[in-house]
Design a protein around this ligand. Structure first.
Ligand SMILES: C[S@@+](CC[C@H](N)C(=O)[O-])C[C@H]1O[C@@H](n2cnc3c(N)ncnc32)[C@H](O)[C@@H]1O
Length: 317
C-alpha cells in the first residue's frame, strides 16, 4: 500500500512537514464540524459496532502486526535500535543501559549483543522472567517504571518503546528516569498510538474501527468483544493521556532535562468516523489530540544541577 511504501522509503524528516500541513487543514475541518454538531455528546448504538466492524474488517494497519514471530520481533527491534543509534551520541562508550516497559525484551537483547553494554529490561509484567535468556550483559527484572529500585545515577542511557502511553503516571516514570540517570545521561522515548488518536484504544486486530473509544460506550465494546470471544477492554491498558498532556509534562520537565529532539507524528488517516459523527467527539478536550499518534523525544540530564543551570543563564543575561 502507498502509505506503507512512503513510510519505508521516505525519511520521516521529509514526510513530517507536509503531513503537519495536511494535519492543520484536517484539524480546522474537525473543529468546524464538532462545533457545528449537536450540542449533546452522543455514543452510537450497540448495533453499529457489528456493522462498522464488518466495514473496517479488511483495513490493514501497520500497527496491527502485533503477534510477531521471534524473527519478526528481532527485525522490529533492529529497526528500533537504528532510531536510537541515529539520535543518541556515544552509545559505544556507555556501560549501563535501562529499558522501561521492555515487554518480551527484544531491544534489550539486541543492544546487549551488538554493543556488549550491560542492559537491563524492566517491565511490570514479564511473561517468563526466569527463562528470558539473561547473560553477563543482560538482565530482566519485574519492576514498576514509576518506582525504580535502582540507585541514583546508575544509567548512561534509558530508553523505552511504546510504553509511555500505557504507564499510569508518566510524570512519575520521567522523574524516576531522571533520578537513576547519571548527569549527562540520555533518555530516549518513542511511544504511541496515544489514546485519543485513531487507533488509541490499541484493539488492532480485535476491533478495527478507528476512534471506537469515542464512538461507543466502553460497556458496549466490552459486550461486543465478549460475544465475539475477543477478550475484553482492560481499563489499565492505556493511560488516556493526550498529546496536550504530554506536551505539558515535557514542558514541566524542561528544568530537569535538556531537549535534544522532539517530534510528534501526525495521525492523518482513518478519519471517516470523525467526519461522519462529529458529535461523538464533543467530549474531547481539544480536537488536536485526535491528530497526533506518536511522540519521539530525546532528553539529556544536564551535567549541572538545575540551580546551576538557572544561575548560569542569569549570568549570561
Ligand atoms: C505495548 S507494550 C510494549 C512492549 C515493548 N516495549 C514493545 O514495544 O514491544 C507496553 C509495555 O509497557 C509495560 N508497562 C505498562 N506500565 C508499566 C509500568 N508502570 N512499569 C513498567 N512497565 C509497564 C506493559 O507491561 C507492556 O509490556
Amino acid at each position: 500500500m502507498w502509505k506503507d511504501f512512503l513510510k519505508t522509503h521516505v525519511p520521516e524528516s521529509v514526510l513530517i512537514p507536509p503531513a503537519n500541513f495536511v494535519k492543520s487543514i484536517q484539524l480546522r475541518r474537525a473543529r468546524r464540524l464538532i462545533n457545528a454538531s449537536s450540542a449533546t455528546f452522543e455514543y452510537l448504538a450497540f448495533e453499529e459496532i457489528e456493522r462498522l466492524d464488518h466495514q473496517f474488517r479488511d483495513t490493514s494497519f501497520a500497527a496491527s502486526q502485533k503477534n510477531y514471530s521471534d524473527e519478526q520481533e528481532m527485525r522490529v527491534a533492529s529497526e528500533r535500535l537504528k532510531k536510537i543509534y541515529r539520535r543518541v551520541p556515544g552509545i559505544d562508550q556507555m556501560k549501563n543501559v535501562l529499558e522501561l516497559g521492555c515487554g518480551t525484551g527484544a531491544c534489550s537483547r539486541l543492544l546487549s549483543q551488538n554493543y556488549r553494554i550491560h542492559t537491563t529490561g524492566v517491565d511490570q509484567v514479564l511473561p517468563q522472567p526466569e527463562t528470558m535468556n539473561k547473560t553477563k550483559f543482560l538482565d530482566f527484572i519485574v519492576m514498576d517504571a514509576q518506582d525504580l529500585k535502582f540507585d541514583d545515577q546508575s544509567f548512561d542511557l534509558i530508553f523505552s518503546f511504546d510504553a509511555f502511553e500505557h504507564i499510569a503516571n508518566p510524570e512519575k516514570a520521567l522523574k524516576e528516569a531522571h533520578r537513576v540517570l547519571r548527569p549527562g545521561g540520555y533518555l530516549y522515548l518513542y511511544f504511541g498510538p496515544l489514546f485519543p488518536s485513531s487507533l488509541g484504544l490499541h484493539l488492532y486486530n480485535r476491533i478495527k474501527i478507528p476512534y471506537c473509544q469515542f464512538l461507543f460506550r466502553p460497556e458496549d465494546l466490552n459486550k461486543y468483544l465478549s460475544i465475539k470471544n475477543r477478550g475484553s477492554l482492560d481499563k489499565s491498558f492505556c493511560n488516556g493521556w493526550s498529546i496536550l498532556d504530554f506536551r505539558n509534562l515535557f514542558d514541566k520537565m524542561r528544568l530537569s532535562f535538556d531537549t535534544h529532539f522532539y517530534q510528534e507524528t501526525p495521525d492523518l488517516f482513518n478519519k471517516g468516523p470523525l467526519w461522519k459523527w462529529p458529535s461523538c467527539f464533543r467530549k474531547v478536550d481539544d480536537p488536536e489530540s485526535l491528530f497526533v499518534s506518536f511522540i519521539e523525544v530525546l532528553l539529556q540530564k544536564p551535567d549541572k544541577s538545575p540551580e546551576l543551570i538557572k544561575s548560569s543563564v542569569r549570568q549570561v543575561r
